[in-house]
Design a binder for this molecule. Structure first.
Ligand code: HEM
Length: 424
């Protein structure tokens, strides 16, 4: 009897579990989701760019007109490809190669203007006074530009955080860069440099007095070795796979940059997107391995976490969950990714370029070499001697301590002008 009543009630109210009602419900939900997605896309890719464009032009700003949906991305990609397709002559005029699109925009529209990266408006400011004002502004209005989804594929960490999170991470990491700590890293810098110089000397010894070397690759290995030893207490071999993957990832991200600003691009299963996600998973797995190894050493052997970069982060990770000075394991992984990448790429490129420029200006090479030999003679460079250098310290403020140390060691050798194969 009860069963009958229930059946009748359902019959009167409509059987929501019947196939036709269910599919109607699903259809309606899908339509709503579709409408929502279309209105979001229209707002992001059409309405918002037009509103912004009108507002900025009303303030007198020039620049390119927005073209749906990719803005100036295609021009940017084409100009980059053209500029990099031919070798660069040895000169200081690097902007046409590094940022050809930016250069064209500034030439055409002035030092303050707008350009479009997909539907994202980018304001170009090539006025040093204004740049200084913006960079020293403490109001918090100028936030770092981050694309979290894309950033995560290479590294988030300090470089992409703002506000509280940035301040907390800085407080934890600062002790790793105190002067005394940097001084104690000097022997590691020195060992890595000596190994590199010895490898060059043995290549030279086996030749007829001249040998061509790809210094960029050697410098990547050098800076990778230094960052592994000093910040993570691991060997170069342990970090090597991470560097290789990060180098591939950087290339892929640059390649994909032309499409990155198109909303949802990263969700498309393109070959590049799939490989970038796979690389990220492998890097994070390797870092988890390095972290777990250090944690095991701390637990099993009762060792302290160490006061290198990794040690400081793990120590904070062990603090209570409510502490305001605590990094999660995910935070630690992101900072490791950042330091591996920032520590290696930047310094290896700087060292390579410095040697190219010294090759272009042999007279500065002679002056720098003379000075280094007069201060250090045949001894290894030491911290106190660095302060006594004048010619070779031109770039001191630019160079991180280990790059500077490496450079001093290299300066004792002789570098040819690019294209000149007489000396190494
Ligand atoms: C030639 C060498 C280098 C150059 C030109 C360079 C350049 C820069 C620049 C311009 C920023 C500011 C980015 C921003 O605020 O948006 C930055 C931040 C950063 N760099 Fe470097 N860097 C170099 C070497 C290094 C090295 C060797 C390391 C690590 C060992 C490193 C780690 C970092 C970190 C962690 C940040 C974020 C700092 C923060 O926001 O608090 N960099 N770098």
């Amino acid at each position: 009897m009860e069963v009958d009543v229930a059946a009748t009630t359902l019959g009167v109210g409509g059987d929501v579990s019947s196939p036709s009602s269910l599919s109607l419900l699903c259809g309606l939900s899908a339509l709503l989701v579709l409408l929502w997605a279309v209105s979001r896309a229209a707002e992001t890719c059409w309405l918002r760019p037009r509103r912004l464009s009108r507002a900025l032009r009303a303030q007198g700003l020039g620049g390119t007109a927005y073209r749906f949906p990719a803005g100036d991305l295609a021009d940017n990609g084409r100009l980059n490809e053209e500029a990099r397709s031919k070798p660069m002559p040895p000169c200081h005029d690097i902007v046409p190669r590094v940022a050809p699109h930016l250069l064209n925009i500034v030439k055409e529209h002035g030092n303050v203007c707008i350009t479009w990266f997909g539907p994202v408006l980018r304001m170009v400011i090539a006025e040093p006074k204004l740049v200084r004002e913006i960079l020293s502004d403490k109001s918090g209005h100028f936030e770092k530009f981050t694309n979290k989804r894309l950033g995560k594929l290479i590294a988030l960490g300090l470089a992409s955080y703002d506000g509280e999170k940035w301040a907390m991470h800085r407080r934890i990491l600062n002790p790793a860069f105190h002067l005394e700590k940097l001084k104690s890293m000097l022997p590691a810098f020195s060992t890595c440099c000596t190994e590199l110089i010895s490898s060059w000397e043995s290549k030279l010894a086996g030749s007829d007095g001249s040998h061509e070397i790809d210094i960029w690759e050697d410098f990547q290995n050098l800076t990778g070795d230094v960052i592994s030893r000093t910040s993570f207490g691991s060997s170069f071999m342990e970090g090597r796979r991470i560097f290789q993957l990060q180098a591939e990832q950087a290339e892929r991200i640059i390649k994909a940059f032309q499409y990155m600003y198109i909303p949802g691009y990263l969700f498309f299963p393109t070959e590049n997107n799939k490989r970038m996600k796979q690389i990220n998973r492998e890097i994070e797995g390797l870092l988890r391995g390095i972290i777990e190894k250090r944690e095991r050493a701390m637990e099993n052997d009762g060792l302290s976490s160490g006061n290198d970069l990794l040690g400081l982060m793990l120590q904070s990770n062990k603090e209570s969950g409510t502490s305001r000075m605590r990094m999660s394991t995910e935070d630690v992984i992101e900072e490791c990714k950042l330091f591996y990448f920032a520590g290696m790429e930047t310094t290896s490129v700087l060292l390579t370029w410095t040697l190219v420029v010294l090759g272009m200006h042999p007279e500065w090479q002679d002056r720098a070499r003379e000075e280094v030999l007069s201060v250090f003679g045949k001894d290894k460079p030491n911290f106190d001697g660095l302060g006594r250098l004048k010619t070779a310290s031109i770039s001191h403020t630019l160079l991180s301590s280990f790059a500077y140390n490496s450079l001093l060691t290299m300066i004792r050798l002789q570098f040819p002008c690019p294209g000149d194969h007489d000396t190494v």
